[in-house]
Design a protein around this ligand. Structure first.
Ligand code: ATP
Ligand code: MG
Length: 337
Protein backbone atom coordinates (compact mmCIF):
# COMPACT_ATOMS: atom_id res chain seq x y z
CA UNK A 1 0.00 0.00 0.00
CA UNK A 2 1.32 3.43 -0.90
CA UNK A 3 2.12 5.56 2.11
CA UNK A 4 -0.42 8.22 1.15
CA UNK A 5 -3.16 5.60 1.10
CA UNK A 6 -1.88 4.17 4.34
CA UNK A 7 -2.21 7.55 5.98
CA UNK A 8 -5.90 7.49 5.18
CA UNK A 9 -6.41 4.35 7.22
CA UNK A 10 -6.87 5.40 10.79
CA UNK A 11 -5.72 2.04 12.11
CA UNK A 12 -2.29 2.74 10.61
CA UNK A 13 -2.29 6.46 11.26
CA UNK A 14 -2.97 5.89 14.96
CA UNK A 15 -0.90 2.77 15.46
CA UNK A 16 1.17 3.56 18.58
CA UNK A 17 4.89 3.88 17.89
CA UNK A 18 6.06 3.47 21.47
CA UNK A 19 5.22 1.15 24.34
CA UNK A 20 3.86 4.10 26.30
CA UNK A 21 1.22 4.89 23.72
CA UNK A 22 -0.26 1.42 23.61
CA UNK A 23 -3.82 1.24 24.92
CA UNK A 24 -4.47 -1.08 27.86
CA UNK A 25 -2.26 -4.21 28.19
CA UNK A 26 -0.56 -2.73 31.24
CA UNK A 27 0.99 -5.94 32.58
CA UNK A 28 2.41 -6.89 29.22
CA UNK A 29 3.80 -3.43 28.58
CA UNK A 30 5.41 -3.32 32.04
CA UNK A 31 7.23 -6.61 31.47
CA UNK A 32 8.39 -5.54 28.05
CA UNK A 33 9.67 -2.24 29.41
CA UNK A 34 11.75 -4.15 31.94
CA UNK A 35 13.35 -6.07 29.08
CA UNK A 36 13.96 -2.84 27.20
CA UNK A 37 15.97 -1.45 30.11
CA UNK A 38 18.41 -4.34 29.72
CA UNK A 39 17.89 -5.57 26.18
CA UNK A 40 20.38 -8.42 26.59
CA UNK A 41 17.97 -10.03 29.05
CA UNK A 42 15.19 -10.20 26.49
CA UNK A 43 14.27 -13.78 25.62
CA UNK A 44 12.45 -14.88 22.51
CA UNK A 45 8.87 -13.69 22.80
CA UNK A 46 5.56 -15.14 21.80
CA UNK A 47 2.51 -12.90 21.48
CA UNK A 48 -0.67 -14.91 21.40
CA UNK A 49 -4.29 -13.83 21.38
CA UNK A 50 -7.36 -12.44 19.68
CA UNK A 51 -7.10 -10.26 16.55
CA UNK A 52 -6.77 -6.49 16.66
CA UNK A 53 -5.47 -6.25 20.22
CA UNK A 54 -1.96 -4.92 19.66
CA UNK A 55 0.34 -7.88 19.02
CA UNK A 56 1.91 -6.60 15.82
CA UNK A 57 1.83 -3.07 17.21
CA UNK A 58 3.83 -4.08 20.29
CA UNK A 59 6.36 -6.06 18.26
CA UNK A 60 7.01 -2.99 16.12
CA UNK A 61 7.14 -0.75 19.20
CA UNK A 62 9.86 -2.99 20.60
CA UNK A 63 11.81 -2.57 17.37
CA UNK A 64 11.41 1.23 17.65
CA UNK A 65 12.52 1.22 21.26
CA UNK A 66 15.57 -0.96 20.62
CA UNK A 67 16.86 0.64 17.46
CA UNK A 68 15.26 4.06 17.10
CA UNK A 69 14.43 5.52 13.69
CA UNK A 70 16.67 3.08 11.79
CA UNK A 71 14.80 0.09 13.23
CA UNK A 72 14.12 -1.33 9.78
CA UNK A 73 17.82 -2.08 9.33
CA UNK A 74 17.78 -4.42 12.27
CA UNK A 75 14.35 -5.95 11.99
CA UNK A 76 13.18 -8.71 9.72
CA UNK A 77 9.42 -8.93 9.40
CA UNK A 78 8.13 -12.19 8.00
CA UNK A 79 4.65 -13.41 7.53
CA UNK A 80 4.82 -17.11 8.21
CA UNK A 81 1.70 -17.94 6.26
CA UNK A 82 2.60 -15.83 3.23
CA UNK A 83 6.06 -17.14 2.60
CA UNK A 84 6.36 -20.07 0.25
CA UNK A 85 7.34 -22.65 2.81
CA UNK A 86 9.90 -22.91 5.53
CA UNK A 87 12.83 -22.97 3.09
CA UNK A 88 12.20 -19.38 2.11
CA UNK A 89 11.91 -18.43 5.77
CA UNK A 90 15.14 -20.25 6.52
CA UNK A 91 17.01 -18.57 3.68
CA UNK A 92 15.80 -15.12 4.58
CA UNK A 93 16.60 -15.58 8.25
CA UNK A 94 20.01 -17.03 7.45
CA UNK A 95 20.88 -14.11 5.20
CA UNK A 96 19.64 -11.69 7.77
CA UNK A 97 21.50 -13.14 10.75
CA UNK A 98 24.69 -13.49 8.73
CA UNK A 99 24.50 -9.83 7.89
CA UNK A 100 23.59 -9.00 11.45
CA UNK A 101 26.73 -10.61 12.82
CA UNK A 102 28.97 -8.43 10.71
CA UNK A 103 26.88 -5.37 10.10
CA UNK A 104 25.68 -4.21 13.51
CA UNK A 105 27.47 -1.86 15.81
CA UNK A 106 28.24 -2.21 19.50
CA UNK A 107 24.96 -0.74 20.64
CA UNK A 108 22.80 -3.29 18.94
CA UNK A 109 22.75 -6.43 21.03
CA UNK A 110 20.84 -8.53 18.53
CA UNK A 111 18.68 -8.38 15.46
CA UNK A 112 14.94 -8.80 15.71
CA UNK A 113 12.97 -11.31 13.68
CA UNK A 114 9.21 -10.85 13.80
CA UNK A 115 7.34 -13.88 12.54
CA UNK A 116 3.67 -13.05 12.17
CA UNK A 117 0.91 -15.67 11.87
CA UNK A 118 3.29 -18.34 13.08
CA UNK A 119 0.41 -20.62 14.05
CA UNK A 120 -0.27 -21.07 10.34
CA UNK A 121 2.98 -22.99 9.92
CA UNK A 122 2.78 -26.74 9.43
CA UNK A 123 4.29 -29.13 11.99
CA UNK A 124 7.42 -29.89 9.93
CA UNK A 125 7.90 -26.18 9.24
CA UNK A 126 7.74 -25.51 12.98
CA UNK A 127 10.31 -28.20 13.66
CA UNK A 128 12.58 -26.54 11.13
CA UNK A 129 11.88 -23.18 12.75
CA UNK A 130 12.93 -24.57 16.09
CA UNK A 131 16.36 -25.41 14.62
CA UNK A 132 16.60 -21.98 13.05
CA UNK A 133 15.85 -20.38 16.40
CA UNK A 134 18.55 -22.45 18.09
CA UNK A 135 21.17 -21.50 15.56
CA UNK A 136 20.14 -17.88 15.33
CA UNK A 137 19.64 -17.11 18.98
CA UNK A 138 23.18 -15.84 19.59
CA UNK A 139 22.65 -13.00 17.18
CA UNK A 140 18.92 -12.53 17.04
CA UNK A 141 15.71 -12.59 19.01
CA UNK A 142 12.45 -13.86 17.65
CA UNK A 143 9.00 -12.49 18.29
CA UNK A 144 6.48 -15.07 17.22
CA UNK A 145 2.96 -13.79 16.77
CA UNK A 146 -0.05 -16.04 16.65
CA UNK A 147 -3.72 -16.22 17.53
CA UNK A 148 -3.54 -19.60 19.25
CA UNK A 149 -0.43 -20.62 21.13
CA UNK A 150 -1.73 -24.19 21.31
CA UNK A 151 -1.01 -24.54 17.61
CA UNK A 152 2.69 -23.97 18.23
CA UNK A 153 4.79 -27.02 19.05
CA UNK A 154 5.89 -27.40 22.64
CA UNK A 155 9.68 -27.05 22.04
CA UNK A 156 9.15 -23.64 20.47
CA UNK A 157 6.77 -22.52 23.21
CA UNK A 158 9.29 -23.50 25.86
CA UNK A 159 11.93 -21.31 24.20
CA UNK A 160 9.74 -18.21 24.43
CA UNK A 161 8.33 -15.96 27.09
CA UNK A 162 4.63 -16.15 26.23
CA UNK A 163 2.40 -13.09 26.49
CA UNK A 164 -1.32 -13.56 26.16
CA UNK A 165 -3.37 -10.77 24.68
CA UNK A 166 -6.98 -10.66 25.71
CA UNK A 167 -9.64 -8.26 24.53
CA UNK A 168 -8.72 -4.61 25.07
CA UNK A 169 -10.52 -3.15 28.10
CA UNK A 170 -13.72 -1.29 27.27
CA UNK A 171 -12.95 1.95 29.03
CA UNK A 172 -9.49 2.22 27.47
CA UNK A 173 -10.98 1.54 24.06
CA UNK A 174 -13.64 4.16 24.53
CA UNK A 175 -11.12 6.82 25.51
CA UNK A 176 -8.91 5.91 22.57
CA UNK A 177 -11.82 6.25 20.11
CA UNK A 178 -12.88 9.59 21.54
CA UNK A 179 -9.29 10.73 21.28
CA UNK A 180 -8.95 9.75 17.65
CA UNK A 181 -12.24 11.45 16.83
CA UNK A 182 -10.99 14.62 18.46
CA UNK A 183 -7.80 14.58 16.41
CA UNK A 184 -9.91 14.08 13.31
CA UNK A 185 -12.05 17.07 14.33
CA UNK A 186 -15.13 15.04 15.13
CA UNK A 187 -17.06 14.82 18.32
CA UNK A 188 -17.84 11.24 19.23
CA UNK A 189 -20.68 11.17 21.72
CA UNK A 190 -20.14 8.84 24.70
CA UNK A 191 -23.16 6.63 23.84
CA UNK A 192 -21.89 6.31 20.29
CA UNK A 193 -18.46 5.29 21.57
CA UNK A 194 -20.10 2.71 23.84
CA UNK A 195 -21.95 1.21 20.90
CA UNK A 196 -18.76 0.85 18.86
CA UNK A 197 -16.95 -0.68 21.83
CA UNK A 198 -19.76 -3.18 22.48
CA UNK A 199 -19.95 -4.12 18.85
CA UNK A 200 -16.20 -4.63 18.42
CA UNK A 201 -15.89 -7.11 21.29
CA UNK A 202 -12.41 -6.07 22.34
CA UNK A 203 -10.96 -5.84 18.83
CA UNK A 204 -9.53 -2.32 18.70
CA UNK A 205 -8.70 -2.53 15.01
CA UNK A 206 -12.32 -3.29 14.25
CA UNK A 207 -13.46 -0.45 16.49
CA UNK A 208 -11.23 2.09 14.77
CA UNK A 209 -12.42 0.92 11.36
CA UNK A 210 -16.04 1.33 12.40
CA UNK A 211 -15.25 4.80 13.71
CA UNK A 212 -13.63 5.79 10.43
CA UNK A 213 -16.57 4.53 8.39
CA UNK A 214 -18.99 6.35 10.67
CA UNK A 215 -17.12 9.61 10.20
CA UNK A 216 -17.67 9.37 6.46
CA UNK A 217 -21.44 9.42 6.99
CA UNK A 218 -21.68 12.57 8.93
CA UNK A 219 -19.77 15.72 9.71
CA UNK A 220 -19.20 17.22 13.12
CA UNK A 221 -20.91 15.00 15.65
CA UNK A 222 -21.05 11.21 15.59
CA UNK A 223 -24.10 10.02 17.50
CA UNK A 224 -25.45 6.60 18.38
CA UNK A 225 -27.83 6.56 15.47
CA UNK A 226 -25.06 7.01 12.90
CA UNK A 227 -23.11 4.20 14.51
CA UNK A 228 -26.21 2.00 14.42
CA UNK A 229 -26.58 2.63 10.71
CA UNK A 230 -22.97 1.78 10.01
CA UNK A 231 -22.96 -1.44 11.99
CA UNK A 232 -26.40 -2.35 10.69
CA UNK A 233 -27.87 -2.80 14.13
CA UNK A 234 -30.53 -0.85 15.97
CA UNK A 235 -29.91 -0.11 19.61
CA UNK A 236 -29.89 -3.49 21.40
CA UNK A 237 -31.54 -1.80 24.38
CA UNK A 238 -34.40 -0.62 22.23
CA UNK A 239 -34.88 -4.02 20.62
CA UNK A 240 -34.87 -5.70 24.02
CA UNK A 241 -37.34 -3.15 25.29
CA UNK A 242 -39.66 -4.03 22.44
CA UNK A 243 -39.34 -7.77 23.10
CA UNK A 244 -39.96 -7.37 26.82
CA UNK A 245 -42.97 -5.15 26.29
CA UNK A 246 -44.43 -7.74 23.94
CA UNK A 247 -43.74 -10.65 26.28
CA UNK A 248 -45.25 -8.64 29.10
CA UNK A 249 -48.41 -8.39 27.06
CA UNK A 250 -48.14 -4.71 26.25
CA UNK A 251 -48.80 -5.11 22.56
CA UNK A 252 -49.51 -1.45 21.83
CA UNK A 253 -46.32 -0.18 23.48
CA UNK A 254 -44.26 -2.92 21.88
CA UNK A 255 -45.56 -2.02 18.45
CA UNK A 256 -44.87 1.61 19.08
CA UNK A 257 -41.27 0.80 19.95
CA UNK A 258 -41.05 -1.22 16.77
CA UNK A 259 -42.18 1.77 14.72
CA UNK A 260 -39.60 3.88 16.52
CA UNK A 261 -36.89 1.46 15.49
CA UNK A 262 -38.07 1.26 11.90
CA UNK A 263 -38.56 5.01 11.68
CA UNK A 264 -35.28 5.96 13.32
CA UNK A 265 -32.99 3.48 11.72
CA UNK A 266 -34.73 2.57 8.50
CA UNK A 267 -34.08 -1.16 8.77
CA UNK A 268 -35.92 -3.71 6.70
CA UNK A 269 -38.24 -6.21 8.34
CA UNK A 270 -35.71 -9.01 7.91
CA UNK A 271 -32.98 -6.96 9.55
CA UNK A 272 -35.15 -6.23 12.54
CA UNK A 273 -36.11 -9.88 12.85
CA UNK A 274 -32.45 -10.86 12.79
CA UNK A 275 -31.78 -8.44 15.63
CA UNK A 276 -34.75 -9.71 17.64
CA UNK A 277 -33.32 -13.19 17.25
CA UNK A 278 -29.89 -12.05 18.46
CA UNK A 279 -31.30 -10.21 21.48
CA UNK A 280 -33.38 -13.17 22.54
CA UNK A 281 -30.24 -15.22 22.88
CA UNK A 282 -28.71 -12.49 25.03
CA UNK A 283 -31.66 -12.38 27.43
CA UNK A 284 -30.44 -14.48 30.32
CA UNK A 285 -33.79 -14.50 32.09
CA UNK A 286 -35.34 -16.67 29.38
CA UNK A 287 -34.99 -20.42 29.70
CA UNK A 288 -33.46 -22.38 26.82
CA UNK A 289 -36.90 -23.79 26.04
CA UNK A 290 -38.44 -20.34 25.90
CA UNK A 291 -35.70 -19.13 23.59
CA UNK A 292 -36.22 -22.09 21.32
CA UNK A 293 -39.97 -21.51 21.21
CA UNK A 294 -39.50 -17.84 20.40
CA UNK A 295 -36.98 -18.72 17.70
CA UNK A 296 -39.59 -20.97 16.16
CA UNK A 297 -42.03 -18.07 15.98
CA UNK A 298 -39.34 -15.79 14.55
CA UNK A 299 -38.43 -18.35 11.89
CA UNK A 300 -41.99 -18.41 10.65
CA UNK A 301 -42.19 -14.64 10.22
CA UNK A 302 -38.73 -14.43 8.71
CA UNK A 303 -39.91 -16.88 6.06
CA UNK A 304 -43.05 -14.89 5.34
CA UNK A 305 -41.00 -11.74 4.89
CA UNK A 306 -38.59 -13.38 2.49
CA UNK A 307 -41.66 -14.46 0.52
CA UNK A 308 -42.47 -10.79 0.09
CA UNK A 309 -45.18 -10.27 2.71
CA UNK A 310 -45.77 -6.73 3.98
CA UNK A 311 -43.21 -6.04 6.64
CA UNK A 312 -45.25 -3.73 8.90
CA UNK A 313 -48.06 -6.22 9.10
CA UNK A 314 -45.79 -9.18 9.65
CA UNK A 315 -43.75 -7.45 12.35
CA UNK A 316 -47.00 -6.46 14.07
CA UNK A 317 -48.18 -10.06 13.89
CA UNK A 318 -44.85 -11.29 15.25
CA UNK A 319 -45.22 -8.99 18.24
CA UNK A 320 -48.76 -10.24 18.76
CA UNK A 321 -47.41 -13.81 18.81
CA UNK A 322 -44.81 -12.79 21.36
CA UNK A 323 -47.53 -11.23 23.50
CA UNK A 324 -49.53 -14.44 23.32
CA UNK A 325 -46.47 -16.44 24.25
CA UNK A 326 -45.68 -14.06 27.11
CA UNK A 327 -49.03 -14.78 28.74
CA UNK A 328 -47.84 -18.33 29.34
CA UNK A 329 -44.67 -17.22 31.06
CA UNK A 330 -44.96 -17.05 34.82
CA UNK A 331 -45.41 -13.87 36.80
CA UNK A 332 -41.88 -13.83 38.16
CA UNK A 333 -40.53 -13.34 34.65
CA UNK A 334 -42.56 -10.19 34.22
CA UNK A 335 -41.34 -8.87 37.58
CA UNK A 336 -37.75 -8.72 36.41
CA UNK A 337 -38.70 -6.00 33.93
N1 ATP B 1 -3.52 -2.15 22.39
C1 ATP B 1 -3.62 -1.28 21.38
N2 ATP B 1 -3.30 0.01 21.55
C2 ATP B 1 -3.43 0.92 20.55
N3 ATP B 1 -3.86 0.60 19.32
C3 ATP B 1 -4.19 -0.67 19.08
C4 ATP B 1 -4.08 -1.68 20.09
N4 ATP B 1 -4.50 -2.84 19.56
C5 ATP B 1 -4.84 -2.58 18.30
N5 ATP B 1 -4.66 -1.29 17.99
C6 ATP B 1 -5.00 -0.64 16.71
O1 ATP B 1 -5.44 -1.66 15.83
C7 ATP B 1 -4.55 -1.83 14.75
C8 ATP B 1 -4.25 -3.30 14.60
O2 ATP B 1 -3.53 -3.77 15.72
P1 ATP B 1 -2.44 -4.93 15.60
O3 ATP B 1 -1.96 -5.02 14.18
O4 ATP B 1 -1.42 -4.71 16.64
O5 ATP B 1 -3.34 -6.17 15.94
P2 ATP B 1 -2.89 -7.68 16.13
O6 ATP B 1 -3.09 -8.02 17.57
O7 ATP B 1 -1.55 -7.89 15.54
O8 ATP B 1 -4.02 -8.42 15.28
P3 ATP B 1 -3.93 -9.74 14.35
O9 ATP B 1 -3.95 -10.91 15.27
O10 ATP B 1 -5.16 -9.65 13.52
O11 ATP B 1 -2.66 -9.61 13.55
C9 ATP B 1 -3.33 -1.00 15.08
O12 ATP B 1 -2.81 -0.40 13.92
C10 ATP B 1 -3.83 0.04 16.05
O13 ATP B 1 -4.32 1.15 15.35
MG1 MG C 1 -0.95 -8.77 13.76
Amino acid sequence: MASSEEALMWVEKYRPKTLDDVVGLKDIVDSLKAFMKKPKTMPHLMFAGVPGTGKTTLALAIAHTLYGPSWKNFTLELNASDERGIDTVRERIKDFTRYSRTGFGENVPFALIILDESDQMTGPAQTALRRIMEIGSRTSRFILICNQSSKIIEPIQSRCAIFRFSRVEKQAMKEHLINIAQKEKFQLLPEAADRIVEFSEGDLRHAINVLQTTSAYKEGVIDEKTVALVIGEASPMLVQKMIRKALYGDFIEARKTMYDIVGNFGFSGNEIIRQIQREIFKMSDLTPQQRADLSGIIGEYDYRLTQGANSDIQLGALIAQFAKFGKNIEEDYAETN
